[in-house]
Design a binder for this molecule. Sequence first.
Ligand SMILES: C[S@@+](CC[C@H](N)C(=O)[O-])C[C@H]1O[C@@H](n2cnc3c(N)ncnc32)[C@H](O)[C@@H]1O
Length: 345
Amino acid sequence: MSTAKETAEQLALPGIPAPAPDSDTEADWVWTEEGTDDDMESPAFSHTTVMSTEVTQALTANAAEGATFVDVTLGGGGHTEALLAAHPSARVIALDRDEVALAAARARLAAFEGRVTFVHAAFGTLKDALANLGITEVQGLCADLGVSSPQLDEASRGLSFRREGPLDMRMDQSQGETALELVERIDDDELANIIYQYGEERRSRRIARSIKRSLSEGELHTTLDLRRAVVRAVGPVRVGGVDPATRTFQALRIAVNQELGELDSLLAQVDDVIAPGGVVALISFHSLEDRAIKHAFAGREGWKPVSKKPLYPTEEEQAANTRSRSAKLRVYVREVLEMDEEEEP
Ligand SMILES: C[S@@+](CC[C@H](N)C(=O)[O-])C[C@H]1O[C@@H](n2cnc3c(N)ncnc32)[C@H](O)[C@@H]1O
């Protein structure tokens, strides 16, 4: 546990709760579908925003009048709404690669018309997306990585191992390869590597062989077929309290959506789009993402982390929202160089 002095030293922004001790355990990051049984029938577009207060305070605490923020993972619009409400003169550019999410958020945020701009784009293309709007610099950026509850809950998206749907898994259903097309295209070894690397699944070879066998027998069409192939390989026993198919589904989802490549690309662009004094707040849900973020900023010139350790949701939030339990928030501030200050009028 850090002492009060250490905690105070780690926190540069007001109102951000102290980080919890690092807990990079295996079960910590595993993407979970637990706790969503209540809505198996007809999910509405509803997503509970994670660490909204912390993200909002990080971005708005020192932001000037008329600041422009970018929310690169609009989803249900929760972070964008909180930013617009907290900073009445701010404007938010809101990106999502999912057109269904954009339509739902547009309706939810109708009251903020004129202060929010919706963009259908992957955040790996952030700089171009902003340039298309004539924007070269923003004062804050937030990212809440991964999938939203509606994406997970809607069977037709193919992301749930508990709901029968096509093996799709794309966040952007207007383009790209589905999970089934990916499995058809690659060989057993490549499939095993994806399951091992992105799912951190030790039994990846056995699982990959079983999935390929289902495919060749004409028995791989839906999410439940995929789960059956995993269970045939490793048995139905829940490991660490999670379904045996959890890691395989997560791995394929990450591969289909090229999530780590997108994140690397975003992290490479922040120098180009964040103004001096601007803030980046990044919420990740598994260790692969958190590691990428930590490494991208380690020793990076011109940037300071707000705290050495990531921030975690409060106990109250974790109790109220199961999906928040694996969230980690890292906040970085772009330093104002003396030269930048001299350029001020
Ligand atoms: C966890 S949800 C965000 C929820 C949102 N912060 C809220 O409070 O309602 C993640 C969203 O990011 C989107 N997303 C994930 N990766 C993306 C990418 N590379 N580019 C653009 N959007 C992405 C997903 O489609 C999803 O809608």
